[in-house]
Design a protein around this ligand. Structure first.
Ligand SMILES: [Mn+2]
Length: 433
């Protein structure tokens, strides 16, 4: 037990008219939408790294937060776990996510780091016997320590590749032990700072081989969760190999892993790649690799990955619309890969950030479900492509250029342009959000 959140009661659903600061106005976990409870649709997860391990630094200054668990050693790590599970209880969070480096102190050797992780995983397991919070996913931090500065799986030094492989094995073991529903790989350093010292072809071969070993190990230990890759175009590298969903899909196809690995799509990473969040979700769904989301937002002026809590429900609604169209989450969920602003010092700020984010997501999902149930967009979309239902249109897809050219002349084909109706569709969406 800590007294970090002392005086903050569990947050409950009170409805849109509540004037309590800490209350859910939209997130009623038991509300049934499209045949499923909101909690089961949204599958919220608290991210250990931003909420409990991040000290509040930015590129120009260090720690701003004071947390009772900010020191080295296993006792501090256990105090941090106590604080984390206290927040999970306040939020009634169904899931959490962690990296090894968030939860255990770094050891003097790899073996000591692994033992530290196993000790804290045992501590988590004890807490999870009485908590209703489950593990959405685990992952390895292969980017913070200086040993990974030139990459992990893609490092020019084979000893770093080995260290990364051992680290991922220990994190997959930890995730499996805790009943995690997914295992995530985010290659923050899997890219380059300068092409002048980089062998692109060799590095991507290493990454493909590494991922193949991860998949083989999953099957070896009987882990039934989903392996997920999280795309991001750059930051901290100048160029990251897992640039976006399309790039990851090409990579998976190249190594024959497209049926083994899916994607964890982050809002802020999608924007950095020059896409919308809903584009990345829709594309992953169309390719059969949609897995999970990291929910956050970037500041639209600063242009970098600021990992803020979402606060714009019309934007979030379009993302959940694509998730619902895709059939919703299977093993995935909504992980708040989001951090406080560095001036938000108080424990209540951490609670309020999650409450606000959960409410924005719930409100967006409710709007998305209403749009889908109305069916307006889907009817217009179907109408727009209706010409392809004709037998001669379908036959064209298995035909050849010369036959098609002959038919254009014999049938006197003369395409008639039609409105794309964008403004009418935008107006239609605004009726629901
Ligand atoms: Mn993320």
């Amino acid at each position: 037990m800590t007294d970090f959140f002392a005086g903050i009661a569990p947050v409950r659903y009170e409805g849109p008219d509540s004037d309590a600061e800490l209350a859910f106005r939209w997130y009623d976990p038991d509300r049934v939408v499209m045949g499923k409870r909101l909690e089961d649709h949204l599958r919220f997860a608290v991210a250990y790294w931003h909420s409990f391990a991040w000290p509040g630094g930015d590129p120009f200054g260090g720690q701003t937060f004071e947390r009772p668990w900010f020191s080295d050693g296993m006792e501090a790590a256990k105090l941090k776990a106590d604080g984390a599970f206290e927040l999970f209880e306040i939020l009634d969070a169904p899931f959490f996510c962690f990296h090894d480096a968030d939860v255990r102190p770094e050891g003097a050797t790899f073996a000591e780091s692994r033992r530290n992780l196993e000790e804290i995983v045992d501590y988590f397991a004890g807490k999870m016997e009485t908590s209703r919070t489950k593990l959405l996913w685990g992952t390895a931090n292969l980017f913070s320590h200086r040993r990974f500065m030139a990459g992990a799986a893609t490092n020019p030094d084979p000893d770093v590749f080995a260290y990364a492989a051992a680290t991922v094995k220990s994190c997959m073991d930890a995730t499996h032990r805790l009943g995690g529903q997914n295992y995530v790989l985010w290659g923050g350093r899997e890219g380059y700072e300068t092409l002048l010292n980089t062998d692109l072809g060799r590095e991507s071969e290493q990454a493909g081989r590494f991922l193949s070993m991860v998949v083989a190990y999953k099957h070896k230990i009987g882990f039934e969760g989903t392996i997920l890759i999280e795309p991001k175009p750059q930051e901290p590298t100048k160029h990251q190999y897992d640039y976006d969903v399309a790039t990851v899909y090409g990579f998976l196809r190249r190594f024959g892993l497209e049926n083994e690995v899916k994607v964890n799509i982050e809002q802020g990473h999608a924007i950095l790649a020059g896409h919308s969040f809903e584009h990345e979700i829709a594309l992953a769904s169309s390719l059969g690799i949609f897995g999970s989301i990291d929910m956050n937002r970037n500041d639209y002026q600063s242009g970098w990955d600021t990992d803020q809590f979402p606060n714009n429900h019309p934007e979030v609604a379009l993302a959940y619309y694509e998730i619902l169209r895709a059939g919703g989450f299977a093993t995935g969920g909504t992980n708040f890969d989001a951090k406080l602003r560095r001036q938000s010092l108080d424990p209540v700020d951490l609670v309020a950030a999650h409450v606000g984010g959960m409410d924005v997501c719930a409100r967006g999902l409710i709007a998305a479900a209403a749009m889908l149930e109305d069916g307006g967009l889907e009817r217009l979309r179907a109408e727009r492509y209706a010409g392809w239902d004709a037998p001669e249109a379908q036959a064209m897809l298995t035909s050849d250029l010369a036959s098609i050219a002959a038919r254009v002349e014999s049938d006197g084909i003369d395409p008639q342009p039609r409105s794309g109706r964008q403004e009418r569709l935008e107006n239609w969406v605004n009726r629901f959000v």
